[in-house]
Write a protein that binds this ligand. Structure first.
Ligand code: PLP
Ligand code: COI
Length: 340
């Protein structure tokens, strides 16, 4: 290692690693997987990703387990989701098997960057696809680059597993009602920057977006889904404008395994009065407990955590998910792939 990495104090940021992997779609087919040591891509000045945002990405993690083995969490789900994103903005979908092969290869090549067990850190895997052929008319590209980089990361929210406050601001939308919200399209994140920075300036960790059509129902929480516990029931928004989170899907399954009822449905802002626990859930966020939700338009403050501590059900769900990812709890659903 060039320089000792302070695994316990990593932030959610970029650190160079040894290799990335790449695959090109040209002449109507995907080529061989290429291994690269370069941190750069060479692009045509008229590439569609540069002009018309033809770019999609994913986020998943690899963990060093208690037994020393490296496990990648639910890679097949990310493989399928990026295919949906590709179809959504007319890009070429990468076959699921090729995605899996690329992920396992890049993790294995960068094994020395998988943080040690007990550090709380993980190896973040960032697949992305770019439209690379030249086009000046608004049309999809005919050539694509699929690239996967990895970087070791710590917690997304600086506080770690401690409640943070989030806010509602109706002046901002992340996506349109029938837009690209259910795909992981780079443009959605560009559209969220102003709101996100505004929320941070006001001391909030994230924005809780409302549905962009009626501004009546909860949608999602910046770069994570929103979940809440109400009278012992796990509730999470059903919406056409949010990303179908793999973490949320996993937590819903774990909740059911624990005998907790799960409801995926519309949740009105007023219902926040009645919730006992809440969290922002996602690969980066894991399950970050929410302390307070402030509606900046009505001035109403919904206090979720009265004692400044995460609630019992969110804590149990978080610990079970982490336990499975770290090989401490039996992976009964077959969610982890061990990297050989
Ligand atoms: N919602 C958005 C907008 C996200 O960017 C993410 C992160 O990927 C999520 C939700 C959570 O999804 P997942 O649990 O699959 O990481
Ligand atoms: C993730 O959780 O993987 C994300 O993509 C969220 C964010 C870092 C964009």
């Amino acid at each position: 290692m060039d320089k000792e990495i302070d695994w316990k104090n990593l932030s959610f940021g970029y650190m160079p690693t040894d290799y990335n992997v790449r695959c090109y779609f040209r002449d109507g087919k995907w080529g061989d997987i290429e291994v690269s040591q370069s941190e750069e891509v060479n692009l045509h000045i008229a590439a569609t990703c540069l002009h018309y945002g033809q770019e999609i990405f994913e986020g998943l993690k690899a963990f060093r387990g208690k037994d020393g083995k490296v496990r990648v969490f639910r890679l097949e789900e990310n493989a399928k989701r990026i295919c949906e994103s590709a179809k959504g903005i007319l890009m070429q979908p990468l076959p699921v098997e090729k995605f899996k092969e690329m992920v396992l290869k890049v993790v294995s090549l960068n094994e020395r960057f998988v943080p040690p067990y007990g550090s709380g850190a993980s190896l973040y895997i960032r697949p992305l696809e770019l439209g690379i052929s030249a086009q000046v008319g608004v049309k999809p590209a005919s050539e694509y680059l699929f690239l996967i980089l990895v970087t070791p990361v710590g917690p997304y929210f600086k506080t770690g597993f401690k409640p943070t406050n989030i806010c509602i601001m109706r002046r901002y939308d992340r996506v349109a009602p029938n837009g690209t919200g259910l795909w992981k399209v780079g443009g959605n994140y560009a559209a969220s920057l102003t709101a996100g920075e505004h929320a941070h300036e006001l001391g909030y960790s994230a924005v809780l977006y409302l549905d962009p059509k009626e501004k009546k129902y909860l949608d999602e929480c910046g770069p994570a889904n929103f979940i809440a516990i109400k009278n012992g029931v796990y509730i999470t928004p059903a919406s056409q404008s949010i990303l179908p989170s793999i973490t949320n899907k996993s937590l819903m399954q774990l909740a059911e395994d624990m005998g907790i009822k799960v409801e995926c449905r519309h949740i009105t802002v007023d219902e926040l009065e009645q919730i006992d626990e809440a969290a922002a859930v996602g690969t980066a966020a894991v399950a970050s407990p929410v302390g307070e939700i402030d509606d900046l338009d009505t001035g109403k403050k919904y206090i979720v955590s009265k004692d400044g501590q995460p609630g019992p059900i969110v804590t149990r769900l978080y610990e079970t998910l982490r336990g499975i990812q770290l090989g401490e709890i039996e992976d009964t659903h077959g969610w982890c792939t061990v990297v050989e």
